[in-house]
Every structure is written in structure tokens, then in C-alpha cells.
Design a protein. Sequence first.
Length: 91
Amino acid sequence: MGAWTARWADWVVWLQRTEAGWNVKVWHWPLDRVTARREVGAQNLLASHEEAIKWACDAMKNDGATVMVLGAPSITLESMLKFTPAPQAVA
């Protein structure tokens, strides 16, 4: 039903919406090493895109991802990876 990818520094997040729920994968994939991709984790059939993003952010944080914005200490990885799925077409 659709898929979305985003890069955060050395991590790539992939979301997929299916009839049964949301699937998510996270890879550690350094920009300068195209062949050095390592899957951090995957989770299938989550109930919502919010749950999938939270899971992806937790996986990235556990693998070392951080957010540091001078003057804005309340910015989180979740707020940087905010995702809103496109509305479904009406037949």
C-alpha cells in the first residue's frame, strides 16, 4: 500500500504500510561506505505509523544515534523523523 524511507546520518529507516499493519526496518549504513549496510532490526505488523516510528527511533538510539541541536535541547529523534502518511485515494 506504500513505503517511505528516510536517512538520519548513518541510519536508514524504511516504513511500509500493508493491509495487515505497518512494517519497519532500520539499517546502519554509513554515507561513505555503500556496501557496509548492517540491519539494526525489523518489526512487522505494528498498529500505526506512530508506533513504527517510535520503534525505529528506539532501535536507532540503541545503536548510537543521537540528536544535538544547540539552543533546542527538547528536540528529539522522534520529532525529527515525524511522518504523516498520504491520504488514501478514494475510488
